[in-house]
Write a protein that binds this ligand. Structure first.
Ligand code: SF4
Length: 408
């Protein structure tokens, strides 16, 4: 049986490589042209080519979002761009515009074309429509219940991709003009200003409904669908997608490591116990994210699935160091500082090949061999004796207890 794909986002080459190293089967990214999320789309063709080479060397694939809805004047250079993506070995494009789909099939036929979630494909008939048009995969709408996903998968003749983690549009994905209205920035051409997450004053006629210290936001909690993965595997879903091309390398590493372990465990044991699920919830909560909920998986989201008056991600200070190197013979780790930490405090390391493991930070030295009392200079290089074997590209974080009552 072909294993389900774990599909990770990447906003730049560093994050692409981290996602691959930590276990993603495929990475999606935006190029400089024809993509939404233009702020995250910092991949030049050269960057994409390097990403493809790195991914292929590790058995992974690259998907490129070409998902803008182009106006007449946006079409220039599309054919050449798609041919170039095909030439450098990109596996698939994710497209929403029939103009882009048609162009890809005509001029870059080796590229798979995946139909973007912007099409709000909510049933097997819609999925099969795209199959008949020659498309290779359909990304289902986020606004489906688990039962609807299963029913769609039963009748779909085309591989399906579903979202399992990350930010949610408060409106149907791709069907929102709030940003266009508030800022003139077109959400369907890469310019969304996330106006839904702003704080608003609500009025009933002349009467303001809230105090100014209690403003209203339309932001939803992030999606976290870990508990449904065994069902999605059984339903024959092809790919599990994580949202977040703007997120940090630490966020990507935490999520990909955790979902990789979870998926592998489901294949190995055939199920996931409640205790193991709680363990994975705890691990996922260590990413710097907003509170999470289960989106539409069990029906319409309820009031508690929204964030009223809170916007923006809660960036944590938990991630404290990146492991540049580990000398096994000398048992010395070379660290690059990310956030404040002290010698002799409890920490946790995890890496591409090492599970999450707690340990005590030992004495720290700078590159000249001077004892360092506190690590508080971001990007400073420090040496640390560590009997616990570490590895290049591992990450170290503080051990913090969190209230996870927002995860259920
Ligand atoms: S404003 Fe919010 S709901 Fe609208 S497209 Fe942007 S993120 Fe989605």
């Amino acid at each position: 049986m072909k294993k389900i794909e774990l599909l990770a986002p990447a906003g730049d080459l560093e994050r692409l490589k981290i996602a691959v190293l930590y276990g993603a089967d495929a990475i999606y990214l935006g190029g400089k042209q024809f993509s939404l999320r233009s702020r995250a789309s910092n991949f030049s063709i050269e960057d994409i080519a390097e990403g493809v080479k790195f991914a292929k060397a590790h058995g992974a694939h690259i998907h490129v979002t070409v998902n803008m809805l182009p106006h007449e004047e946006d079409m220039h250079g599309l054919k050449e761009y798609l041919m170039e993506l095909e030439r450098i070995g990109v596996t698939a494009i994710i497209a929403a515009s029939p103009a882009i789909m048609k162009c890809a099939k005509q001029y870059a036929p080796k590229l798979e074309v995946h139909v973007s979630t912007q099409h709000s494909s909510t049933n097997s008939s819609a999925a099969n429509y795209w199959k008949d048009k020659g498309m290779d995969r359909v990304v289902l709408a986020r606004e489906l219940t688990l039962d609807q996903i299963k029913e769609t998968a039963k009748h779909a003749k085309v591989p399906l991709e579903v979202f399992i983690h990350g930010g949610m549009c408060i409106s149907y994905s791709g069907r929102c003009v709030l940003s266009n209205h508030m800022t003139g920035r077109d959400a369907n051409r890469g310019g969304c200003a996330q106006s839904c997450r702003w704080k608003y004053r609500l009025y009933d006629g002349e009467r303001q409904l809230h105090d100014d210290h209690d403003l209203f936001s339309m932001s939803s909690k992030d999606l976290m669908a870990a508990r449904f993965i065994p069902d999605l595997i059984e339903a024959g879903i092809a790919s599990l997608k994580i949202e977040g091309r703007m997120k940090s390398a630490y966020y990507i590493a935490t999520l990909i490591k955790t979902y990789r372990m979870l998926i592998d465990e489901v294949y190995e044991k055939g199920c996931l116990s409640e205790a193991r699920l709680q363990y994975y919830y705890e691990e996922l909560s260590k990413a710097e994210n907003r509170p999470t909920a289960i989106g539409f998986y069990l029906g319409q989201p309820k009031p508690q699935d929204h964030l009223y008056g809170i916007n923006g991600a809660g960036v944590t200070q938990e991630y404290i160091a990146y492991v540049l190197d580990y000398d096994e013979k000398e048992q010395i780790a070379t660290l690059e500082v990310r956030n404040h930490f002290l010698p002799h405090m409890e920490a946790e390391v995890f890496g591409p090949h090492i599970p999450m493991t707690k340990f005590m930070i030992e004495d720290l030295y700078d590159v000249d061999g001077n004892l360092v009392e506190v690590a508080n200079k971001p990007m400073q290089i420090l040496k640390m004796k560590s009997k616990l074997p570490m590895e290049k590209d591992a990450m170290i974080r503080k051990v913090m207890k969190k209230d996870r009552s927002d995860i259920y």
